[in-house]
Ligand binder design. Structure first.
Ligand code: OFO
Length: 164
C-alpha cells in the first residue's frame, strides 16, 4: 500500500511526466515548422520517453494497490526564439524535474516507504543522464549556432537518434 500523501505525490508526478512529454512534443512541432527535421525527430523521441516515464509510475501505483487519478495536462509553450532557446529550455526543464524527483524521494524517506524510495532511485539516476545530455546538447548547439553549415550538420546528427 501507499500512504495517501505518497499516492497523491506519485499521481502528481505521472502528470508532470506526461506534461514533459507534451512540452517536448510542442518543441518538436515548432522544430518541424522551422524546418529542422533532425532536431524535431530527436525531440519527438524525447517526448515518447517522457510518456514512458509517466507510465512506469502509473504501473507502480497500481502494483501497490493504490489508485491512479488523472488530472488535466497544462498547455505547453508553443513558441521559442530558435533552436538554442529550445535546448536552453530543455535543460531548465530537466533541472526542474530533478527537483520534483528529489522532493518525492524526501517524502518517501519521511513516510518510511522503502519500496517507493527504491523505485524512485531509477528516476534519480535517469535525471543525472537527462541533465548531462541536456548540457551536452546545449553546448554543441551553442558552438554551432553562428554557422548555418554547422547547424545543418547538427540537425542531421540529432536526426540519427533512434527510439530505445
Ligand atoms: Fe526528462 O525525464 Fe522524465 O521527466
Amino acid at each position: 500500500m501507499l500512504s495517501e500523501k505518497m499516492e497523491q505525490a506519485l499521481n502528481e508526478q505521472v502528470n508532470a511526466e506526461i506534461y514533459s512529454g507534451y512540452l517536448y512534443l510542442s518543441m518538436s512541432a515548432y522544430l518541424e515548422e522551422a524546418d529542422w527535421p533532425g532536431f524535431a525527430k530527436w525531440m519527438r523521441i524525447q517526448a515518447e520517453e517522457e510518456l514512458e516515464h509517466g507510465m512506469k509510475i502509473y504501473d507502480y501505483i497500481i502494483r501497490k494497490g493504490a489508485r491512479v487519478t488523472l488530472k488535466g495536462i497544462e498547455s505547453p509553450q508553443t513558441e521559442w526564439d530558435g533552436v538554442e532557446a529550445i535546448f536552453e529550455h530543455v535543460l531548465e526543464h530537466e533541472q526542474f524535474v530533478t527537483s520534483l524527483i528529489n522532493n518525492l524521494v524526501d517524502l518517501a524517506i519521511e513516510e518510511k516507504d522503502h519500496a517507493t524510495n527504491l523505485f524512485l532511485q531509477w528516476y534519480v539516476e535517469e535525471q543525472v543522464e537527462e541533465e548531462e545530455n541536456a548540457m551536452d546538447n546545449l553546448a554543441r548547439i551553442q558552438k554551432g549556432k553562428d554557422s548555418i553549415d554547422a547547424l545543418f550538420m547538427l540537425d542531421k546528427d540529432f536526426g540519427a537518434r533512434q527510439a530505445e
